[in-house]
Each structure stands twice: as structure tokens, then as C-alpha cells.
Design a protein around this ligand. Structure first.
Ligand code: XMP
Length: 521
């Protein structure tokens, strides 16, 4: 036997591939901190690694990270930030269906190269009405094209006149007239709209809005300089925003297996809502419950699949091969794995049920490979190293707690003893279930105080923006790939070798015997 063969045999004896390692530990369920990954020969620099993943036909992410469908984590602001970084946000469902639709629309209209249906005002409207519209729709802008009843451009209402002081004046009295408004014709922007708009803004210092008109001078769209600049910058970023075929940011939304007053699955309501979301460009629906291997969830997935054959479906949560198979057979494309690993979860304590996450992922991943579906590791991620370990088995990861302290998460910041916090609560906490998530845990919607909560209400210290949190997480994943000689996520899954870690080994892994003066991140 050559030296090289002996070395490889020695390594193989201690550092084992998933198909040897996990069956050998079948009698003890393991999670992230129970194992470590072995380094392998590498020619790959972290910065050169690719992190893109396809979760279903038409659902492509540029980084494998998804923000959780929780009411203290993902609404439109979070979903926009996630998609701009190449990931995905799942809008939670603890809000009226109409509001979830509005949140989706906010994401899908966030940046257009050309805003094809800009918000317009009429000449006989009062400025006061315009102010009311801005407040009600929470617009972050105040400049509007003015059009007549046929859609013909009459001028531009500049933001500096949309003030309470002018509330009683008509738009017609305050607008910049058509003759002074900068426009391009549809023909002029035909070949490369962004490049043309970029050139226009270069040539017209101080002009931030550019309108597009047809031959009949009817309004056909609007460019804003900030959108154009952001899109131009995106071309240089390593991880590009996750966009759909029409260049809109991608967005997912969660639904639950809602029941009607008779305790039956509320088919009409679920289908009408998913239909409305689908119509507004929803990229993926997540049938999100605590127990995905159940009749109601299976029926919900099948019903959505039958009605919307091409809409990607995420479903869960499960922790068994049979659970994966069940949801895959009913039409799910990606299966959420995780029962009880979440930082705010008490399912394992309350119900005595749930599987430590790495073992659950291994079992689910092998079943998923047979069924041709993807696996998403949901919950329990507290550091980027956990992400790397999860991605040795799963195609993507869902994080809640890691993003709950970001400014983009819903909720106010509160100050306690000089420190700043945001609320973070389990969707199975009593407060969240009262707000609507009871169905997720198999309880009637009007939840009684007698129900045993499976999550807690907590606080997270305020963190940096989603951009900065993701920079750290992505950097960690790329380092992990570099250590394993993996150029992409598929190679990471194929190459990973594991070993158990002793409690002393775990202590050794963290900083020790020092006085830390500056935290690593
Ligand atoms: P992390 O660890 O990222 O976990 O904070 C987020 C995930 O936890 C799940 N989740 C819950 N699980 N009781 C549970 O047992 C709950 O109240 C609860 N709320 C959320 C969910 O899968 C989420 O993505």
C-alpha cells in the first residue's frame, strides 16, 4: 500500500462521509455542535466559491439563505433586503390576507428598471388628498406624474410642493408643466432601458425622475435615478439580487392549513388567497406548519399543486424520511426540516417530540434525493459554522433569530438598561397564536388560554442591517467551502466528512484563555 493510500485510509477511519457517519451514530441524534467538519485538500479560494441554488423550477437563489415566516422576522422590508442580497424572504401569515398581498406587492414593485405603472395623480385632486394617499399607502416618495383621464401626461407634481401648507391647492396649480418635464419616448429606450436612463441622468445633473411616453404622449413609465444607480451597482456585486424573469425581486409567502367553522380545511379561502398572491407574482408559497406529516397539510399541498401546477411549493415541517416522501408525493418541491431546534422553540420540552437537527437533516436529505425534492434546514442556526454544517445536507437554510434584531425586521426597538432590543417570539407562543398562527400548531384559530404554547416571547439585541449580517454569514459559508475544497454547494454536499466533538473539543473551538477586546464580527 502506498503512503498516499495509507493516509487516505487513516483519514477515512476518523473523518467519515455522511453515509457512513450518520448510520454509525443512528442511536444518538446529533446537532450542529455535536460534530465538526474535516478539512480537505483545496485549490479553491473562499472568494471564488459560488453559492447559488435552485430550489424548484423557476425558484433560483444566489445565496442559500431564507428569512423565516415569523411575525417578528419577515414582512416586506426584510423580504426586500433578503432578495437584494440574493436570498429569499417568506412573508409570515399572522396578518389579514389582504395585508399579506400588500406586503407581496411592495416587494414585487420594489425596484423596476422601468416602473411600468407609476402612481399618478389627477390635475383636479387637492394636494391634501395626495398627502393622505402617501400616508395611507406608506409611500416613501412624494413626486408624481400628473395625467388626464385618458392617461396623457400633463406634468409632474414635484415632492417639494406636496406639503400640508399647500393642502387646499389643486394639483393643477402646483405642477411642473408638461413642456418642462423631461421625457424619453418608448422607442428611445427600446434596446437597453437601464443604460439609456443611466446616460440621461449623467447628462442632466439634478434631475432624478425620467418619464417615458408613447407617440400619443400617454405615460408609459418612470425611471428614478436611485433605482437605476442601484441596478448599475448590482452588476458588479458577487452575489446578485434574486430576481424573477421580469427582473422583479423574488418573494415567498407562507400560508397555513386554515380550517373553517366546521373544522374542515377551508379550501375556498386558501385557494382564493394563493390565487391572489400568484396573480401578483408570488415566487413560492410555503405551507408552513409545525407538523407537516399530517392529513391537513398533505391535502393543502395537493390542493395548491392541482390548482397552480407551476407555482413552487415549500412545505413542512418534518423530520422523517416518510414525512419527506409524503409531502413530495403531494407536490411539494422543497421540504422544511426542523422540529424544535429554533431558538424560541419549546416543542421538544412541551411535547417531548423533535429530532436534533443534523440527524433529522441526514434522514430527510436521503429521502429527498430519492424523491427529487430539495431540503431546507429550518431553525437552530446561531453562527455561520452551523450554516456550513447544515448545507452539507440541505440545499438551503431558514433563519429566524439571526435576523430578528435587524432594523429590517418588523417591530419597534426598545431600550432596557441602556441596551437596545427588538421583540422576537415563537409563532407557537401564546401571543403569536392569538394573533393568528394557531392553525400552524393544529389549534383552532380562536385560541384559548388553555392551549399549551410551543414557543416563547423573547428579545433580541439590536444588530446591524441584513446586509451586514449576511456579509458575515456568507463569508463563513465561503470559508467553509474553501476548507473543503468545494467550489459550490453541490461539491460541499458531496465532499463533507464529519467527526464527533467532545465537550472539551467544543470548548476548544471557542475562544479561550484570553480577555477578548474585540469580537470577531
Ligand atoms: P431560529 O433558531 O432561527 O428558528 O430562531 C426559527 C424557526 O423556528 C421555528 N419556530 C418555532 N418552533 N415553536 C417551535 O417549536 C415556535 O413557537 C416557533 N416559532 C418558529 C420555525 O420553523 C422558524 O423558521
Amino acid at each position: 500500500m502506498t503512503n498516499a493510500q495509507q493516509d487516505s485510509e487513516l483519514d477515512g477511519q476518523f473523518y467519515k462521509a455522511a453515509d457512513f457517519f450518520f448510520p454509525e451514530h443512528a442511536d444518538t441524534a446529533l446537532t450542529y455542535d455535536d460534530v465538526t467538519l474535516a478539512t480537505l485538500y483545496s485549490e479553491i479560494l473562499p472568494g471564488d466559491t459560488q453559492l447559488d441554488v435552485t430550489l424548484a423550477e423557476g425558484l433560483d437563489l444566489n445565496i442559500p439563505i431564507i428569512s423565516a415566516d415569523m411575525d417578528t422576522v419577515t414582512e416586506s422590508r426584510m423580504a426586500i433586503a433578503m432578495a437584494l442580497n440574493g436570498g429569499l424572504g417568506l412573508l409570515h401569515y399572522n396578518m389579514p390576507e389582504k395585508q399579506q398581498l400588500t406586503e407581496l406587492i411592495r416587494v414585487k414593485t420594489h425596484i423596476h428598471g422601468l416602473i411600468q405603472e407609476p402612481i399618478k395623480v389627477a390635475p383636479d385632486q387637492l394636494i391634501g388628498d395626495v398627502l393622505k394617499m402617501i400616508e395611507e399607502s406608506k409611500f416613501g416618495f412624494a413626486t408624481f406624474p400628473v395625467v388626464d383621464a385618458s392617461g396623457k401626461l400633463l406634468g409632474l407634481l414635484p415632492g417639494h410642493v406636496v406639503k400640508p401648507r399647500y393642502a387646499r391647492r389643486k394639483v393643477a396649480e402646483a405642477l411642473t408643466p408638461r413642456s418642462q418635464v423631461h421625457t424619453l419616448s418608448k422607442k428611445e429606450i427600446a434596446s437597453d432601458p437601464i443604460a439609456r436612463a443611466d446616460r440621461f441622468f449623467n447628462d442632466h445633473p439634478g434631475i432624478h425622475k425620467l418619464l417615458v411616453v408613447g407617440d400619443d404622449d400617454k405615460l408609459h413609465g418612470l425611471f428614478t435615478m436611485s433605482d437605476v444607480e442601484r441596478i448599475t451597482q448590482e452588476k458588479k456585486a458577487q452575489f446578485k439580487p434574486a430576481r424573477d424573469a421580469r427582473f422583479r425581486l423574488i418573494c415567498g409567502a407562507a400560508v397555513s392549513a386554515t380550517r373553517n367553522a366546521f373544522g374542515e380545511l377551508d379550501r375556498d379561502r386558501i385557494l382564493a388567497h394563493v390565487g391572489a398572491l400568484h396573480e401578483r407574482g408570488l415566487d413560492v408559497v410555503a405551507v408552513s406548519t409545525a407538523h407537516g406529516f399530517s392529513k391537513g397539510v398533505g391535502e393543502t399541498v395537493r390542493m395548491i399543486r392541482d390548482s397552480f401546477p407551476k407555482l413552487p411549493i415549500i412545505a413542512g415541517n418534518v423530520t422523517s424520511a416518510a414525512g419527506v416522501q409524503f409531502l413530495a408525493e403531494r407536490g411539494a418541491n422543497a421540504i422544511k426540516v426542523g422540529q424544535g431546534p429554533g431558538s424560541i422553540c419549546t416543542t421538544r420540552v412541551v411535547a417531548g417530540v423533535g429530532i436534533p437537527q443534523l440527524t433529522a437533516l441526514y434522514v430527510a436529505a436521503r429521502a429527498a434525493a430519492r424523491s427529487g425534492v430539495a431540503i431546507i434546514a429550518d431553525g437552530g442556526i446561531s453562527k455561520s459554522g452551523d450554516l456550513v454544517k447544515a448545507l452539507t445536507l440541505a440545499q438551503a437554510v431558514i433563519c429566524g433569530g439571526i435576523f430578528a434584531g435587524c432594523p429590517e425586521a418588523p417591530g419597534q426597538t426598545m431600550e432596557i438598561n441602556g441596551k437596545h432590543y427588538k421583540q422576537y417570539r415563537g409563532m407557537g407562543s401564546l401571543a403569536a397564536m392569538k394573533a393568528g398562527s394557531a392553525a400552524r400548531y393544529g389549534h383552532p384559530t380562536a385560541v384559548a388560554a388553555k392551549v399549551a404554547p410551543e414557543g416563547v416571547e423573547a428579545l433580541k439585541e439590536v444588530s446591524g442591517s441584513v446586509d451586514s449580517v449576511l456579509t458575515q454569514l456568507i463569508g463563513g459559508i465561503q470559508s467553509g467551502l474553501g476548507y473543503l475544497g468545494a467550489a459550490n454547494l453541490a461539491q460541499l454536499r458531496a465532499k463533507a466528512c464529519y467527526t464527533r466533538v467532545s465537550p472539551a473539543g467544543m470548548r476548544e473551538a471557542n475562544t479561550h484563555d484570553i480577555v477578548e477586546v474585540k469580537a470577531g464580527s
